[in-house]
Write a protein that binds this ligand. Structure first.
Ligand code: ADP
Ligand code: ASP
Ligand code: MG
Length: 603
């Protein structure tokens, strides 16, 4: 007998008829001799409706009361599904998060799961009952047994966490699409179904806007080796398997908090090439990286910083052995990039004495404290950061090569891990040869860009900024520092820009303005009219030309790129919000990800 956790989303339980159809599917699994735990979301758009009601009463409702309100949606669907099962002759019992013992932190509206008491669920399973659990909610252990919620979309996380705690054979996520697709079918109906995707790729896609899975659900599946499937609620098709490597043994205590960092990695065989003052218009990145790709040179990290006047800086890293060839291409291309004036001439800088230091793990964007800890450890070791690359599975900093031993020691001590050089990746984690360079494309329209201008260029500045945001649980992505130093008084300064969720933008600005004044920066600028479009694929490493193709697709459609950041398995561009959907569509087409059939998403 297998133990299966099944999760049904809002649309799948959106009406009495749909609840009855779910009951039949659940009963079929139970009748085949399996133990079945079902996690359900609130019916249809119930949670959105509750959020709207709260907004009619308060512009800034108390988080505790929001949890009291939003947790009611799931209580309706568990009771109704349990009744539907009983009506069909299947013994069943519904349970709230608190009744199960889904114990969380005390952070209202965004609690992480600390542990799950499995005894009562197991007892009911042994009695032959299907256990129907309310998703998205838990109970804070500390003090007053407060009801908490896990954050919007969090029922996926409840399901995978239950599967990990119960050591279930698999976790099946049933939803309104056939599985994980190359992009959101609501924006590209020809998006294709994937038979498989790795956890790392899915974690990036989910965090970059593909809401088919809650990123924290993928994180738990990866960390505990849960077999995770995403399937349609309307058919018996197999859907998508999210694959994970053999996980390291982990305690179930502290489930979502334990050990975000698995390893410290370093690569001391890189050089950095920066182009300063390139024109801020569509086509510049395409031309530069097109020329580099045509020489078959494989770039690693790329960043494009925010506008300074009407020019940008672009910097990239590349294996040191190919730096000379890349420099020659950059030098040849720089004068052709656009109209240059005396004070506005593109300049190429090469630094051969750099090192890339990374921490690897899962869920690093979702845990803002991790980046802040990394920057603090480097600041305490007096290491200045030249470039930052963020992703859910890796945070990398480019630093002076002579600082690398100190940096590695500081990071190993901070995160209590040992090192592995990037250049000696163990065979098991090398992506299979057939891994496509681009697995999927995602769009996030809920982002805002913040820029802090003229930050003194000395160790510790990034640490102060991101520690402050982390203390207020604000996740930061797409962090970009300008390559150019502007001398203000006697002090060299740089700008740092980054993106946060739109809902956090105003709080972030209010927190950062006093800090910016204290450390002597010029100002904090917020832009909420931005969108982030990203490509993700484990096969893009070692494949020259992927970035060039992405930039070219945007250039051909006259879409200006405001910021670029990359990691080993993703490239993200920040563009104007109004062009976000078009950007997604043209990129999806450029990588030939469309199929011949259209996916229709039921209302
Ligand atoms: P549920 O209520 O079942 O949890 P969600 O609305 O949270 O469902 O997630 C499913 C939706 O995710 C789909 O209807 C689709 O619009 C959207 N989506 C975004 N990106 C993708 C993708 N890459 N693959 C599949 N669906 C996606
Ligand atoms: N009902 C919650 C929401 O709409 C949780 C979920 O559906 O996953 O966000
Ligand atoms: Mg969902």
């Amino acid at each position: 007998m297998a133990l299966i956790v099944q999760k049904y989303g809002g649309t799948s339980v959106g009406s009495v008829e749909r609840l009855q159809a779910v009951a039949q599917r659940v009963q079929k699994a139970a009748r085949s001799g399996n133990g079945v735990v079902v996690v359900v979301s609130a019916m249809g758009k119930t949670t959105d409706g509750l959020v709207k009601l709260a907004a009619e009463i308060s512009t800034n409702p108390c988080r505790r009361e929001m949890d009291m309100l939003l947790s009611t949606g799931e209580q309706v669907s568990i009771a109704l599904l349990s009744m539907a099962l009983q009506e069909a002759g299947q013994p069943a019992i519904s349970m709230t998060g608190a009744q199960v013992g889904i114990v969380t932190e005390a952070h209202h509206t965004r609690a992480r799961i600390l542990n799950i008491q499995t005894d009562r669920v197991e007892r009911h399973l042994n009695e032959g009952k299907v256990v129907v659990v309310a998703g998205f909610q838990g109970i804070a252990s500390a003090g007053d047994l407060e009801i908490t919620t896990l954050g919007r979309g969090g029922s996926d996380t409840s399901a995978v966490a239950l599967a990990a705690a119960l050591k279930a054979d698999r976790c099946e996520i049933y939803t309104d699409v056939p599985g994980i697709l190359t992009t959101d079918p609501r924006l590209v109906p020809e998006a294709q179904l994937m038979a498989e995707i790795t956890c790392d790729e899915m974690l990036e896609l989910a965090s970059l806007g593909a809401k088919v899975l809650h990123p924290r659900a993928v994180e738990i599946a990866r960390n505990y080796g849960v077999k995770l499937l995403v399937r349609s609620s309307w058919t018996d098709d197999p859907g998508t398997l999210v694959t994970s490597p053999m996980p390291m043994a982990r305690p179930l205590e502290g489930l979502e908090l334990v050990r975000p960092v698995d390893a410290v990695e370093f690569d001391t065989d890189q050089a950095k090439i920066a182009l300063l003052r390139v024109p801020d218009c569509p086509g510049v990145a395409a031309k530069l990286f097109g020329a580099i790709a045509s020489q078959k040179l494989d770039v690693d990290l790329i960043v494009q910083s925010i506008h300074e006047g009407n020019t940008n800086d672009i910097a990239f890293t590349i294996a040191r052995g190919t730096a000379e060839a890349a420099e020659a291409v950059a030098a040849a291309i720089a004068p052709t990039l656009g109209p240059a004036t005396v004070e506005n001439t593109a300049e190429v800088l090469v630094d051969r004495d750099i090192a890339k230091i990374s921490i690897a793990g899962a869920g690093m964007i979702g845990r803002p404290g991790v980046a802040a800890q990394m920057f603090s450890a480097l600041a305490d070791a007096q290491v200045n950061i030249q470039m930052i690359a963020t992703s859910e599975v890796k945070l990398s900093c480019v630093i002076d090569a002579e600082d690398s031993d100190r940096a590695i020691a500081a990071l190993c001590e901070t995160f209590e891990v040992s090192t592995s050089p990037l250049t000696q990746v163990p065979e098991a984690v090398v992506p299979p040869v057939q891994a496509p360079p681009v697995r999927g494309v995602a769009l996030d329209r809920n982002q805002a860009r913040l820029a802090i201008r003229q930050i003194p260029d000395r160790p510790g500045m990034a640490a102060r900024i991101f520690n402050l945001l982390a203390e207020h649980n604000i996740s930061v992505d797409t962090i970009v520092q300008s390559q150019r130093c502007r001398i203000v008084g006697d002090c060299p300064t740089r700008d740092i820009a980054f993106t946060v969720a739109q809902a956090d933008a105003e709080t972030a600005r209010q927190l950062l303005e006093p800090l910016a004044r204290e450390i002597g920066c010029l100002d904090v600028v917020v832009d909420t009219a931005v969108a982030k479009v990203s490509i993700v694929g484990a096969g893009m490493e070692g494949q020259p030309g992927v970035a060039a193709k992405l930039f070219d697709a945007l250039a051909q459609n006259h879409i200006n790129i405001q910021m670029i950041t990359t990691s080993e398995i993703k490239i993200s561009c920040v563009v104007d919000e109004a062009q976000g959907a078009t950007a997604l569509q043209v990129i999806h087409a450029a990588f030939e990800l469309s199929g011949t059939q259209k996916v229709v998403v039921p209302a």
